[in-house]
Design a protein around this ligand. Structure first.
Ligand code: FES
Length: 291
């Protein structure tokens, strides 16, 4: 066997291992993102692993805490912007509670990158409608960053951002920077608005109808709770969007993250390996069992 092919085999083998065996990573930053939601930043300790950890918007990692367990988190960072991995954590259970108690310098385990990702090359030349709900906005941030960093490759980007209340809106400190880019606009809505509120009030579906986005040469990307995805897709269809124009990222009770345990199945698909990103035309008939 030639030296080249031996090196190639070693590389492929170790990349597969990255998906199965957690790699040590150190926490480099923890930031409050919204009420009960933190953004955790980590770097893989092994420099070689750090270099080869290339991922696409929409992919996820399994994060483990020693003695506690493991859970999937959508990556909120952009591979092209550096080797710090970021993910948003909502304090809802044992593992997220343990993550909230960690400090900068503490170690976690990381498996990944897992799942597919949004087909950003296919989106080139298109107008993009980004529809984020609550912490579901986190996996959409790398799409926004990719479009901003490669502005000439994409058409107009319209961001519709929703949450139950203002204190649950994520990445608020970045909105001005996003909106200062050419051909980027943003609309924010909350279910419960305070007395003084400069944005919209109501569900994201109401906002979509109000904005009435152009159908032509537009693709949509949606991430949020299952019920929000269901009604968002219904609204887009009502406005004339074809299922092929709509992309969603789904969440599920995942365990292995690599298509082995069968826990995340949706119809004949595994969300962890066939997704979590799907063209709506692929999952339209499965959505009833998802919600
Ligand atoms: S999480 Fe195990 S098959 Fe998807």
């Amino acid at each position: 066997m030639s030296e080249t092919s031996t090196k190639t085999n070693i590389r492929v083998q170790s990349e597969t291992t990255d998906l199965i065996i957690p790699s040590l990573a150190s926490i480099t930053g923890i930031h409050d993102l919204a009420k009960n939601i933190k953004l955790i930043q980590v770097q893989l300790d092994d420099l070689a692993k750090r270099e080869r950890f290339i991922y696409s918007p929409g992919q996820f990692v399994e994060v483990s805490i020693f003695g506690v367990g493991e859970s999937p988190f959508g990556l909120a960072s952009c591979s092209a912007r550096g080797d710090t991995l970021e993910f948003a954590v909502n304090r809802v259970g044992t593992l997220t509670d343990a993550l909230f108690r960690l400090d900068v310098g503490d170690q976690v385990g990381i498996r990944g990158p897992l799942g597919n990702g949004f087909p950003m090359d296919m989106f080139k030349g298109k107008d993009i409608l980004v529809l984020g709900g609550g912490i579901g906005g986190a996996p959409l941030r790398p799409i926004i960053q990719t479009v901003i960093d490669n502005r000439v490759d994409y058409g107009k980007m319209t961001i519709l951002w929703a949450a139950r209340s203002p204190d649950l809106l994520v990445f608020t400190e970045e909105y001005d920077q996003w909106c200062s880019q050419p051909d980027v606009s943003m609309h924010i809505t909350v279910d419960q608005a305070p007395e003084v509120w400069d944005h919209e009030q109501g569900l994201i579906t109401t906002l979509i109808e109000k904005i009435n986005p152009s159908l032509e040469n537009t693709i949509t990307v949606t991430c949020g709770p299952p019920i929000m995805i269901k009604f968002t897709m219904m609204t887009l269809e009502k406005l004339g969007f074809r299922p092929e124009q709509n992309w969603v990222t789904l969440e599920a009770k995942m365990k292995c993250g690599i298509g082995k345990c069968g826990r995340c199945n949706l119809g004949g698909k595994y969300i962890c390996t066939d997704g979590p990103v799907f063209c709506f035309s692929e999952v339209r008939n499965l959505l009833e069992s998802y919600v």
